[in-house]
Write a protein that binds this ligand. Structure first.
Ligand code: DGI
Ligand code: FE
Ligand code: FE
Ligand code: FE
Length: 188
């Protein structure tokens, strides 16, 4: 889809208003971070716009797509909250014709992260945590970090999520742990 207005309408149709506002916030923050840290601003904005494309879809619909695309059992039997990222990476390809591998990866790993994340993946993941509509304890500290150190901001963000999951006695997806370890161990 090369028409921006059309694309915005399509995105808007997939979600409720609050999620759409979050989506626009992530797109804007991702562009800003890309400009600051030297990623491609257009790719960052588009990935931000599409990252939660499937977030409000029924879980059955996401599950069906993931099964058809041979996703690991670990994902299919795990936390459903993670499905929307992997589903969106497939759906924006099949339904919207997005082919850019960097964008698809940034969408796929925006929730869990992974070890060895690309610059664009980090930008979108951090944008998801700091966009203007986000409110949670510590968000301003992560925003401040993101002004000068993308890796530090991401480590804080993922660390916070891991902490939150542990408090709720929820499973931590392996990719999230390896993403966090990777960022923290690189600091040297
Ligand atoms: O889709 P968003 O709400 O904008 O944000 P997100 O995609 O980063 O996260 C969605 C949810 O997924 C969030 O409530 C926390 C949860 N989550 C993130 N990483 C993990 C996780 N849940 C589990 N169980 N394990 C994880 O590693
Ligand atoms: Fe998400
Ligand atoms: Fe929703
Ligand atoms: Fe999001």
């Amino acid at each position: 889809l090369d028409n921006r207005e059309e694309l915005l309408v399509r995105v808007r149709q997939q979600m409720h208003e609050k999620r759409y506002n979050h989506t626009l916030g992530v797109a804007a923050s991702a562009r800003e971070l890309a400009e600051r840290f030297g990623a491609d601003p257009d790719k960052a904005e588009l990935a931000g716009l599409l990252h939660d494309y499937c977030k409000c879809w029924p879980v059955e619909k996401m599950f069906e797509i993931l099964v058809r695309h041979d996703m690991p059992t670990e994902l299919l039997e795990g936390e459903k909250e993670l499905w929307h990222a992997f589903a969106a990476a497939i759906v924006i390809q099949t339904d919207l014709g997005v082919t850019d591998a960097d964008i698809l990866q940034a969408v796929r790993y925006h929730t869990t992260g992974r070890a060895g994340m690309s610059l664009l993946e980090k930008v979108v993941c951090v944008a998801d945590y700091i966009e203007p509509n986000r409110v949670y304890p510590g968000v301003d500290f992560i925003r401040a970090k993101a002004m000068h150190d993308l890796d530090a901001a991401l480590a804080l963000a993922l660390g916070g999520t891991i902490q939150f999951l542990i408090e709720k006695q929820k499973t931590v997806f392996p990719l999230t742990l390896t993403a966090y370890n990777d960022l923290v161990s690189r600091k040297g």
